[in-house]
Design a protein around this ligand. Structure first.
Ligand SMILES: [Zn+2]
Length: 683
């Protein structure tokens, strides 16, 4: 196939950049391009692929550039570090109040869940409610607010939106990543260097065209060629008009790259059959992650291999049910302090493990018909079993003191808020009759009366739970698991949305979990599986789905320890090789850490550990891993020896050899609030 002259030239240009002549390339054309935008500190001049040349199809300019390169350059910044934040543009969002992202209603959910799982800060921009203009893209000084715009919209037109502002921000330094979209607007086509032609179906394999950072990992894993013989879905057929094609399917581009302005890239990904492939297909996931690293220059993640991590939560501590239930043999004695030491603390310490106790801090007392403190209860129940909750509390506190256990919420009572209305009152119903119905022990969905629990009733009980746990154990719980996994799902009564209002950071239910903060309730479906386990059935870890982006959430019960003293040893013995526990509070803290970057001649990353959710970091140091794009590594190497400055204090030196790898490890000291990690030239 003979490529058009224009494609050959622009490809040559792209390769010059790849070779490390980016600055020369930019400067070479600076004289040929009209500077429509003021120069933004931290970003270089518009390149020949910017408005001045590309928009006008200026072949002479590109040709001159090839002839003139390389020419030494003075770009606006030695590093070209971008804001570490992504603007995700979506066509619509089901929640009119823009709080709840629902995996069953919002097509973009897999993408934002991935960004959250990758600790990559983002904002969502919804075209169905907002008018796009420069105010969302550039700050008051004209500098870009975002390192990249992730375009997920696919409208037949964007009438009423100011897409020229998007192009403006691209020239100011914001990269563009367009996924599964026909990008039907010249302001999208120009930076991408592409044009949509028509939809098509093909089962030909996807193949890479040449080595590049974005496909480097696929090549290492011998995954350059993807068999899609089973995918007969319609794909978007596009034609490269300046973009470089990195992956093709026959004659059709599948992944393209252009550099519309110096230090700025525009990537188009023809992902198929749906956005879920970015999360579920190792091929697309890898391409997506590295496209983001290339676009932003840097992505910072916690130094954790989630595929080998497990969050273990023990339910039901303090629940009254165990002292009266006729359900499923759920009648058993409370654990004593000594038993907790032997069956929980010792094995956890032996395996260097940590678990969370999902505690119920309201005891439903049938005798007084009141909710009381569990920890004052010590009695022999109707079946002659000693129930010593006071001793349990001592054991839990001892475990907390060792650091191998954390306190989480399992609701306030693990029982219906209304124990009196028909078919109650439960208080006086026969324990082998009406009172044995399982619906009575679900707190956040009214199984017994087949309806939801009103929002205010749920919220009040969440607040009672938090208050009681704070009083009894000295810490606010950061996660909530509803008893019986029963939760209300309508928008008004959505248990996750209410848990966010109450101040929880994670709400987990059967199958998936929600990330929660005061502004966002994000369904993380597909990120980490939720599995149940018990002493009386095998672990079956081989059936767990792959989970590279989030830990497995495993729910077990105090009952397992009560009925099988060596339950934990058996559990650890049957875990997959290399699997370790992950602290729930650490995970909540990681997901709530706000990372930002600053380029002022030096490169500075700031980590904000918020007081409300960052409890773990109060007394734990942390290690993070920065993934660097090739251009940023080159720019850092060019500075010579570098000094790592942590919280304003100079620490180790960094040399060019350290930058030969794609990742850098960043160590931060313990303590809430803000920490900074900076690279300065070593003098
Ligand atoms: Zn429970």
């Amino acid at each position: 196939m003979v490529w058009p002259l224009k494609y050959q030239l622009t490809t040559a240009l792209a390769r010059l950049r790849e070779r490390g002549d980016r600055e020369a390339v930019g400067e070479g054309c600076a004289d040929f391009t009209s500077r429509k935008q003021p120069l933004t500190p931290g970003f270089a001049v518009p390149s020949p692929l910017g408005e001045g040349c590309y928009q006008g199809n200026c072949f002479a300019c590109v040709l001159a550039l090839i002839l003139l390169a390389p020419i030494s350059a003075q770009s606006g910044s030695a590093l070209n570090v971008k804001p570490c934040r992504v603007l995700v543009v979506v066509e619509q969002w089901d929640d009119p109040t823009s709080v709840l992202v629902d995996s069953e209603k919002d097509e973009f959910q897999p993408v934002v869940a991935l960004l959250k799982a990758w600790s990559l800060p983002f904002d969502i921009f919804r075209l169905d409610q907002q008018h796009l203009d420069a105010s969302y893209l550039l700050d008051r000084s004209g500098a870009p607010r975002y390192g990249a715009v992730l375009w997920l919209a696919d409208s037949p037109s964007y009438a009423g939106q100011n897409l020229a502002s998007l192009e403006q921000s691209v020239h100011a330094g914001t990269s563009l990543v367009v996924v599964r979209s026909r990008f039907l607007d010249p302001a999208l086509e120009r930076p991408l260097g592409l044009q949509f032609r028509e939809a098509y179906t093909s089962t030909s394999p996807l193949e890479t065209t040449r080595p590049h950072f974005i496909i480097r990992q696929l090549a290492k894993q011998k995954m350059e060629r993807l068999d899609v013989s089973g995918d007969e879905s319609m794909r978007w057929g596009v034609e490269a008009q300046g973009a470089e094609v990195l992956i093709t399917q026959g004659k059709h581009p599948i992944l393209t790259l252009s550099h519309p302005a110096e230090g700025t890239s525009a990537i188009w990904m023809g992902v198929s059959p749906a956005l879920t492939a970015l999360r579920d297909s190792p091929y697309w996931r890898e391409l997506f992650f590295r496209s983001l690293v290339w676009s932003l220059g840097c992505v910072v993640q916690p130094d954790i291999d989630y595929s080998r991590r497990l969050v273990v939560t023990f339910d039901d501590w303090g629940a009254s049910e165990k002292s009266f239930s006729a359900l499923f043999n759920w009648h058993f004695p409370t654990l004593s302090e000594q038993q907790i030491r032997e069956r929980l603390i010792q094995p956890l310490q032996k395996h260097h493990a940590v678990a969370a106790a999902d505690v119920v801090d309201g005891f439903v007392n049938r005798k007084t018909q009141r909710i009381e403190s569990p920890w004052l209860q010590k009695f022999t129940d109707d079946l002659g079993m000693l129930q010593d909750y006071t001793s349990t509390a001592k054991g839990l506190k001892a475990a907390l003191a060792t650091g191998c256990l954390e306190i989480a919420s399992h609701g306030w009572t693990h029982m219906q808020p209304d124990l009196e209305s028909p078919p109650g009152p439960w208080w006086t119903s026969d324990l082998t009759g009406e009172a044995s119905a399982i619906g009575w022990v679900a707190e956040f969905e009214d199984w017994r009366r087949k309806k939801e629990i009103p929002a205010i009733a749920q919220l009040t009980r969440m607040k009672y739970s938090r208050q009681a746990l704070q009083e009894d154990f000295g810490q606010l719980p950061l996660s909530l698991l509803p008893g019986e996994y029963a939760w209300s799902k309508s928008y008004a009564n959505h248990t996750g949305r209410l848990a966010a209002r109450a101040g929880f950071g994670i709400f987990h239910v059967k199958g998936h979990f929600f990330y929660l903060d005061r502004d966002l309730v994000l369904d993380m479906a597909g990120i980490g599986p939720e599995v149940g386990h018990g002493y009386d059935h095998p672990l079956e870890a081989a059936k767990w789905s792959e989970h590279p982006d989030g830990p497995v959430f495993m729910t077990v019960h105090d009952r397992d320890l009560a009925l099988q003293p060596d339950f934990l040893d058996r559990l650890f013995a049957s875990l997959p090789e290399g699997m370790e526990t992950l602290s729930m509070n650490r995970y909540v803290g990681i997901l709530h850490t706000q990372i930002s970057s600053k380029d002022a001649g030096e490169w500075e990353l700031a980590f904000e550990f918020p007081e409300d959710y960052g409890l773990y970091f109060k007394n734990h140091a942390s290690r993070w891993r920065a993934w660097l794009s090739d251009p940023l590594r080159d720019n850092l190497k060019a500075l010579g020896a570098l000094r790592v400055v942590i919280d304003g204090k100079p620490t180790t030196k960094l040399t060019a050899t350290d930058l030969n790898r794609e990742t850098l490890d960043l160590d931060l000291p313990e303590g809430l609030g803000q920490h900074t990690w900076k690279l300065s030239p070593a003098r």
